[in-house]
Write a protein that binds this ligand. Sequence first.
Ligand SMILES: Nc1nc2c(c(=O)[nH]1)N[C@H]1C(S)=C(S)[C@@H](COP(=O)(O)OP(=O)(O)OC[C@H]3O[C@@H](n4cnc5c(=O)[nH]c(N)nc54)[C@H](O)[C@@H]3O)O[C@H]1N2
Ligand SMILES: Nc1nc2c(c(=O)[nH]1)N[C@H]1C(S)=C(S)[C@@H](COP(=O)(O)OP(=O)(O)OC[C@H]3O[C@@H](n4cnc5c(=O)[nH]c(N)nc54)[C@H](O)[C@@H]3O)O[C@H]1N2
Ligand SMILES: [Mo]
Length: 895
Amino acid sequence: MTGIAIEVDGTSVHVPEGASLLTAVRAAGVELPALCSDDRLSPAGSCRTCLVRADGRIAAACVTPSSPGARIKTTTDDLVRLRRDAVKIIVSALPPEALAEGNPSELAHACESLGIAPETAQSTGGRGRDDSHPYIHLDRDLCIACGRCVRMCSEVQGTFALTLVGRGGDTVVAPGTGGPWAASDCVACGGCVDTCPTGAIIQPGPARGITSGVGPAAARTRTTCGYCGVGCALDVVTQNGEVAAVLPARDGPVNHGHACVKGRFSHGFRTSPERLTRPLLRRGGTLEPAGWDEALAHVARGLRAAVDAGGPDAVAAISSARATNEDNYLVQKFMRVVIGTNNVDNCSRLCHSPSAAGLTASFGLSGGTDSFDDVERADCLLVVGANPVEAHPVVGARLLNRVLHGAKLVVADPRAVGLALHADVHLRPRPGTNVALFHGLAHILLAERLADEEFLRARATGLPELTQLLADYPPDRVADITGVPAPDLVAAARLYGRAERPAIVYGLGVTEHLHGTDGVRSLANLAILRGAVGTDRGYGVNPLRGQNNVQGASDMGALPDLLPGYGKVTDPAVRSRAERVWGVTVPARPGLRIPDMFAAARAGDLRALWVIGEDVCATDPDASHVAQALDACPLVVCNELFLSETARHADVVLPVASWLEKDGTFVNFDRRFQRVRPAVPPPGETRTDFDIVRALAKAMGVDLGCATPADALAECARLAPVFAGLSHDRLDHEGAVPWPCPDPDRPGEAKLYLERFATPDGLAHLAATPYLPPGEEPDDSYPLVLVTGRRWAHYNSGSMTRRGGNLALDPVDFLDLHPDDAARYEVRGGEQVTVESRHGRARLIARVSEQTAPGQVFCSFHFPASGINRLTSDHADTVTSCPEYKVTAVRVAPP
Ligand SMILES: Nc1nc2c(c(=O)[nH]1)N[C@H]1C(S)=C(S)[C@@H](COP(=O)(O)OP(=O)(O)OC[C@H]3O[C@@H](n4cnc5c(=O)[nH]c(N)nc54)[C@H](O)[C@@H]3O)O[C@H]1N2
Ligand SMILES: Nc1nc2c(c(=O)[nH]1)N[C@H]1C(S)=C(S)[C@@H](COP(=O)(O)OP(=O)(O)OC[C@H]3O[C@@H](n4cnc5c(=O)[nH]c(N)nc54)[C@H](O)[C@@H]3O)O[C@H]1N2
Ligand SMILES: [Mo]
């Protein structure tokens, strides 16, 4: 037994060194009120309700450390009296609602167990409420100033939005900015709601009073969040077949009881009146409701006609990174088995396809190299072109926490993003100059002998070529290209170079460029030079994958050149393995990538396109040309929750179940398979993507097999060696399992390459790719560089987050511009501006801020009506066709 032994009321328990007496008491199964304590937070010791006797002396258990051999008493009469008095004093300052019948708060529970009568709460209150926020309401009269919410906001979420104001008995929680909650820095993670012991801070509506800790008995379904790639485990609480609350799971392997505004609160879309509940069929130019049989028969006929006219390659599908692995597995199987084409792709193309290509070339596998639990142990974090505070908030909070506890932080981002405010060094490269930036850092690592020579000798290749190239990237030249001052480069390289266990985390600021794959590879160079990948001397190179299941959609082979598990379609051995399982010949020619599908449609070669859960008309670049492609294609089928921009251009729209309504698995950003379970039934006549694919195959006379999602994953496991050890059954027992997972009896590999890299020669490959300029450069007509990206309150096309309370948190797409540019172009904050590029125009509301550098502007793309992707160009990564979303030359003009 490790830890220390303690006696609680005569029972011996073991607790870790440094644990509080409260931990020991709870380990002994003794219930003790502890109103200012939450085991996720630092102790306050202010409420005096957890009093115990330790070796004879009265002490507050939450702030007293356990000492070996201590004897704790909790039940003597005097202790019970003291505790009761402490709680009574607190309660007597509260109004009767505090103990009203049916109130499930921690305080009410404590009163019940201490025998404190409800009548004790007799105050008349009068401090008022703050109901300004859509998801979080405050009743000041119920606040006991325990400070749990304040500590949750600073210590777990890292937002520091709350504070205690007032004196003595009048102390109460308030937003730090003063003013209403809705206008504060709160990002609605819900942590304060979860920890509040009295019900002063609640989520309004049916969820009132339901928290992770206590609450009325209701059905709970454990599932995985369907928004971003973090993979938060959530408990969906349902009442009468409706979602009442979504709570972060304390034992969630990535989120540890935390969540963000999207996973926790943004489920109003489900019951939106705009939700599609019946199939729609275009008749005489308009989309009209139709029955499923009719709609599916129409699609089957259309697909057959397309194949008859142009062969199997006249049909293509865009599969959904929002959908499950099983959905994606079945979509690619449908295309390869029923149609006979490899024309299937997913939105990884728009996002991290350069990561897939770059990481595979450098290390061998298409995923991040380390688990996030390890990344969190790094003593130096290099966060590049990623804004996790907004785009992956739970990861952002964990990273920030690590930095507040002493890890060094280098942020490379042109904008002053949330983490940059806490960085030791903030590098602000000109958008599109990453490759030069990374070579500059590598140059310094070599020049200052900070490279791991033994690792380079034994486990890497390509050093001579890289060394030669790096001679051209001394700090001064790199400063000229990137705009980053040379001393900052040196400081950053030294922090990364001298750390004991550094980690790299990166995002779309690396990939969505003309040379995105080169960016990934030159970033990977840094980890290889340091020997910080595949060793215990660092935590590798880790992309913050975007969509909930973008890793999985690609893992399942929804890609034009790869089968499930990343075998190449051009490899006869790989094909024959699939052919054995599927019983048909698999086409050998790689299929079309998403942008090529549109080009083929415009050229008249693509005759049917099935778009599953991607709003290509809103989120693909150069959107005017996308719409033209859809209009030119004789059959466009769209699986959707809503009448998206894309659905409006479709001939058939099939209404689908959302992540809260279906069964399957997702793979998160650090390669963990996790279960997705239906918490509520799909509304109306909606069906799951899974059922739709099977039904369509049937309508075309083919039985796809895979009767259930579990069967589909089992079949995929037979076909792809890296997933051979995975099954729904195993995930139901183990929670999360990372791939590679070749064996059902062995754990998956969270950290990769400890023995060898998965490249053909077993070595890590350094890449000597020169810096090349971005596809778009500003000039006199288009003098500003537009960067596009994300805001915390909305998700991608916004189809789900614009339908519900988030709209009140962030009502439009804003254009951020620096005060100097605002003055130069006579733009005022809050007013409408027109943004024009060489490709199109958009209308936005200006926001003047120093978050963006002079000469650069930034906007999100969450409101299709503002037309952001009419601005972006068709320039794309030269290796993978990932769009150059991060660099567009624009000008601003009054509306
Ligand atoms: N709230 C919210 N969360 C989301 C999403 C959402 O829409 N909303 N979408 C999800 C998806 S699909 C994805 S892929 C992820 C994306 O998550 P991120 O990759 O974090 O998202 P972005 O905001 O697109 O881009 C990240 C940063 O790249 C920076 N950048 C731009 N150009 C350059 C450059 O040349 N060099 C460097 N070093 N940095 C640059 C931008 O300033 C921006 O801050 O988020 C996921 N999570
Ligand atoms: N300017 C600019 N544009 C960008 C980016 C950028 O940084 N800048 N980022 C790009 C990136 S990284 C990405 S990933 C894309 C994302 O672009 P999209 O994939 O188009 O965006 P989403 O809004 O996530 O989802 C697409 C649709 O899927 C539907 N949906 C949700 N769940 C399901 C489901 O289970 N089944 C089905 N069939 N449909 C479902 C939603 O209603 C939504 O309409 O945007 C890209 N576009
Ligand atoms: Mo993405």
